[in-house]
Design a protein around this ligand. Structure first.
Ligand code: 9MR
Length: 368
């Protein structure tokens, strides 16, 4: 995949060195005002650490995450070096999906999911669980099993009990329900769950997940809901209803798979209306695809898009963080799905930081 990105080693810029020194006067002021100040910003003691994405995210008490592919996690040191240095949250790109966990009924394969969770713990990173109820990536025994509604209900409950229970206390947030909505804002009709169990399966899934791990934040996650549009209106109505019924819904995940130059102008206001319901909001799968080959103007626009998208979340009360859907263009899902597009992530295929990296770090920078 062509990658014409300029390498921008984040720790080599004078701008970052300058920023790293700025917290000191605030700390001194904080000491003077100790009794009056309720919440001082949390500054990292290590100025150099603040020049990484995770340094900035730690400093402002938020999460910067990446979706992780199991292959390079196991055997590519350039991949794990970036992961450990730059991110304080990991999402399994595929390893926690149902087809990966239970390929044959009753026979589980936890190896890849455990690897991610163990690795995250060893590197002081949180884990976002992805995902429990989805129409896609279902094992064929389930998809083709022609189960009755009552059987499906039992199967879904067992899946949630087993999976959430296994990682109890080790996954800080779960995408419990993924992509349940149709584009026009009505419930998706081609989902096995919706067809057989009706809309009630969403509340049930959230309740079961809460029972299995009361400390995990429980999310509904979707795409094309970043703008104020019919789909986000539909989700907003559902979220309000669930909250009114006392269903344990904690947050909304805005996937944020964008095309370069097309971050919706209503994104921040849209996230805020969900936050105003008392819900967390998170950007859960951010990437910005470019028609290939990417020009330097497009890479600069992509950088601006990463900054805007992350600021749109972090500028809203109850934003819990931003996750990027991958690390390097080498392993992005984009070229396989959107013909002619790619270059969607902050690192190019050779692990050089692109302008997008700088844009994202500006969006995260608590001192900007
Ligand atoms: O990135 C994932 C890719 O490797 C898988 O082949 C694909 C299968 O559907 O799923 C991708 O991740 C999706 C995520 O789980 C849900 N939102 C859309 C993501 C991109 O398709």
């Amino acid at each position: 995949m062509p990658n014409s990105a300029a390498a921008v080693p984040p720790s080599d810029t004078g701008r970052h060195r300058r920023r790293a020194l700025r917290p000191l006067p605030l700390v001194a002021a904080g000491a003077l005002l100790a009794s009056a100040v309720v919440a001082l910003p949390q500054f990292t003691p290590d100025a150099q650490a603040a020049t990484t994405l995770r340094g900035y995210a730690d400093a402002r008490g938020t999460k910067i995450g990446a979706a992780v592919a199991d292959g390079p996690l196991r055997n590519e040191s350039a991949y794990t070096t970036v992961l450990d240095r730059e991110f304080n949250s990991l999402t399994a790109e595929n390893a926690m999906k149902w087809d990966a966990l239970e390929p044959n009924r009753g026979s589980y394969d936890w190896a890849a999911a455990d690897r991610l969770v163990d690795r995250a713990a060893a590197h002081n990173q949180g884990v976002r669980g992805h995902t429990l109820v989805w129409h896609s990536q279902l094992p064929s025994w389930l998809k083709n099993g022609n189960f009755s509604a009552s059987e499906l209900n039992t199967i879904l409950k067992k899946h949630i009990d087993t999976t959430v229970g296994r990682y109890k206390g080790r996954v800080y947030a779960w995408d419990v329900v993924n992509e349940a909505f149709d584009e026009n804002g009505t419930m998706r009709r081609n989902s096995l769950w919706q067809e057989k169990l009706g809309t009630g399966h969403i509340a049930n899934a959230l309740r079961w997940a809460h029972a299995a791990d009361p400390s995990a934040k429980l999310y509904i996650n979707d795409y094309n809901i970043e703008a104020d549009n019919a789909k986000s209106d539909g989700l907003y109505d559902l979220a309000r209803q669930l909250l009114a019924q006392g269903v344990p819904l904690d947050g909304i995940g805005f996937q944020s798979h964008f095309v370069v130059g097309q971050v919706p102008s209503s994104m921040k206001a849209n996230l805020k209306r969900f936050s105003d319901l008392g819900l967390e909001v998170s950007v859960t799968e951010l990437d910005v695809r470019i028609p290939l080959p990417a020009s330097s103007a497009e890479l600069d626009q992509q950088s601006a898009d990463y900054k805007t998208a992350s600021e749109n979340c972090l500028g809203v009360p109850r934003c819990a963080g931003v996750t990027v859907w991958g690390v390097t263009d080498k392993y992005s899902w984009i070229p396989g799905t959107f013909n002619g597009y790619g270059a969607a992530l902050p690192y190019n295929g050779s692990y050089a930081a692109k302008p997008a990296y700088t844009g994202l770090s500006k969006g995260l920078d608590p001192w900007a």
